[in-house]
Design a protein around this ligand. Structure first.
Ligand code: SF4
Ligand code: SF4
Length: 417
């Protein structure tokens, strides 16, 4: 894996074109908080025998993994892949304090289990209602953040009181053109069950039988992005084994973070003697809902959506999957919808998986910047394609007392279809 990292780093020609695209560099103007600086740090540890010092770990922790640097890079540096490898190295070493390592692992393990995640969100929401304050005690916050914060702004979402499981099979309305599978069991299910249901309705209307296999667990994206590569790959293998019995034309994803990892299964499992072929075949079928609908359009809208809408590019959609135009094209087709430009629409909002919890200060600065930009648009609704961004930006808007609403792109399509 060290060789992989050095060979990936060798593509960097140190031109610095990535610097201005990097959110943490924008806010700090520090070379070690930039992509070029972080690549240098990774090489210094991997190829030159430097140690994993607390400062170096902090520089890598401050990276959002947003991959805006990849989009900007003229040399094709796969920064996201390097970051996954290097974070794995940090977590597999004893360089991080054990309490912080364990709390980070525990946080991710909780988010990967829908029942545990839903229960903890409900407990946090209840405690917040009673106390009016942040319900997480300071010692826990300090353990998670490595002593960098005492308080957290917890992401909020309007959790449904109760949800019934998604139907495992939803037949096409009218003539069936495709059979597609979706990923039911992730963070999206807990935070935004309504988005899953809108996704199914829209897919049915464009002629799809929709499979939502309950046995599918987490795809491993949270683990892999956070440096727990071994457990993430174990999840990926289990995911593929569950899918073996299903027959489908496309695997349609409405969560950008998951979609980004699922499209990379072929690379992630390239050396796996059992799953490499299956992983490559599967990855070729993975498609974001916006691209799928864009490819199968034009859509036959029967209603209107008389709202002013701004669009926020989720990093793992715009940079991780290079899906930029399809969501905008879909929104532009919706009758009655007025799409307004959002400044820095592809700048990370600070959510970034567990980043808003582990790096609360930088996450909040990015959130404030995103909310400032949104409020300047005059939009009534901000559309996007990732549950983490939805919950985090909603939190920022609520904190300002704004009435601007957050919707997933597919919810808007659903409303007008
Ligand atoms: S733009 Fe690419 S090649 Fe240039 S410094 Fe950044 S990562 Fe390296
Ligand atoms: S992934 Fe994002 S935060 Fe990290 S170096 Fe690249 S642009 Fe900067």
């Amino acid at each position: 894996m060290s060789d992989d990292l050095l060979s990936l780093a060798s593509r960097c020609i140190r031109c610095g074109f990535c610097q201005d695209a990097c959110p943490t560099y924008k806010l700090t103007a520090s070379e070690t908080a930039s992509p070029r600086g972080r690549i240098r740090l990774m090489v210094s540890v991997t190829g030159e025998g430097k140690s994993l010092t607390p400062d170096l770990i902090h520089a890598m922790d401050l990276c959002l993994g947003c991959r805006a640097c990849e989009t900007a890079c003229p040399s094709g540096v796969e920064y996201g892949r390097m970051l996954e490898i290097f974070r794995h190295r940090i977590e597999a070493s004893s360089a991080r304090p054990r309490v912080q390592h364990a709390s980070k692992a525990g946080l991710i393990a909780m988010m990967e289990r829908p029942a545990a995640f839903a229960a903890s969100l409900k407990i946090a929401a209840g405690a917040r209602r009673v106390s009016g304050n942040d319900p997480i005690p300071s010692p826990i916050v300090r353990a998670i953040t490595g002593g960098k914060a005492d308080q957290l702004l917890m992401p909020t979402a309007d959790l449904p009181e109760s949800t019934s499981p998604l139907p495992e099979i939803s037949p096409a309305s009218g003539k069936r053109r495709h059979t597609v599978a979706i990923l039911p069991g992730c963070v999206m299910q807990v935070l935004y069950d309504r988005v899953h249901r809108a996704t199914i309705r829209v897919l049915q209307k464009v002629g799809c039988d929709v499979l939502a296999p309950r046995a599918l667990g987490c795809c491993g994206a949270l683990d892999i992005h956070a440096g727990f590569l071994s457990s993430g790959l174990e999840r990926a293998r289990a995911f593929l084994r569950t899918l073996q019995t299903l027959d489908y034309d496309a695997f349609v994803v409405n969560s950008a973070g998951c979609g980004s990892t699922l499209t990379e299964y072929g690379d992630l499992l390239a050396d796996d003697p059992v799953h490499s072929y299956e992983a490559r075949t599967f990855a070729a079928k993975v498609v974001d809902i916006s691209t799928f609908l864009d490819d199968h359009g034009p859509l036959s809208f029967t209603g209107r959506f008389e709202r002013t809408v701004a669009y926020h590019h989720a990093c793992h959609l715009a940079h991780g999957q290079r899906v930029v135009e399809p969501p905008r094209r879909l929104l532009e087709q919706v009758p009655g919808l007025r799409l307004v430009p959002l400044a820095e629409s592809d700048l990370c909002c600070g959510s970034a998986g567990t980043y808003n919890i582990t790096q609360p200060d930088m996450a909040k600065r990015l959130l404030d910047r995103k909310v400032d930009n949104i409020l300047k648009t005059g939009a009534e609704i901000v559309a996007m394609g990732n549950p983490g961004c939805m919950a985090w930006i909603q939190t920022g808007l609520q904190e300002r007392g704004s009435a601007v609403r957050i919707m997933h792109t597919v919810e808007i399509v659903d409303a007008a279809l």
